[in-house]
Write a protein that binds this ligand. Sequence first.
Ligand SMILES: [Zn+2]
Length: 296
Amino acid sequence: LFRRPQLHPVQAAVVLATLTVTLLGAVACTAKPAQTAAAPSPSGSIVTEEPTPEPTPTPSLELTPEPTAPPKTTAPPPPPAPVVPVNLPMQTGTGPAGSLRSTGSESVALTFDDGPDPVYTPQMLDLLKAHGVKATFCLIGRLADAYPAIVARIAAEGHTLCNHTWSHSLDLGKQTKEVMLNDLMATSNVIHKAAPGAPIKYFRAPGGYFTTTLVEVATSLGMRSMYWGVDTRDWETSKWGTGQTMVNHIVSVIETKTRRGSIILSHDAHKPDTLAAYKQVLPWLQANVKLIPMPV
Ligand SMILES: [Zn+2]
């Protein structure tokens, strides 16, 4: 009753050819976007969750795509985060271990290290707010854990956050990669806890003692390593004293050393003279340069 329809050999060949063409077309269509995704994009997006260390001796703070990396055809789709921000100007850092020495634009960034300080950081925030200035704060994890409300205020007022290690160990760069990773992660975790959703895109090694490995670890956590171009040395009381002599020194350094693109280093922890100096020098800065928080 139900006879199986027999295909004529010619008909069968046509069907087979059609199927082959269709299948090949499908493969070509799916293969094309995969190839595009594997190719390095001109904007230089870098997936930072790299399980093995980079074989090249260049600093890991590269914004340009790795030219020698072969396209991975079997690699899983890259995770959406964390990635190095791609909206920043192309720049290879000229600071230690490839860290940033300038903002990458004509604008100038004020950076304040070693807080949050329960006394002086709020006063610095008040001063910056009164002048409508946004800055960058390099926070110590231990202190961020102790004063989360100040961290939250820094973020809420539009300043850029920077990881300055858990306890300001000057020789963190000499430790194992695991110790570095744990330190930086613990620091970022308490900052995130205090200011959920606020990005931490910068890392500054205590004393500026960046090493290649430390910069690599920071990069793997989505942070760019930030050195400085102008150092106020506002901690050096043995040389500059305290009170008006220190204030004069800080103001003088800023007014004579600041250039377009400068990153200026000062401290907001236990530094009343720095606060006084900024009260004096902020109008000069605002009249002469564009002040920005480090771009995130
Ligand atoms: Zn410091």
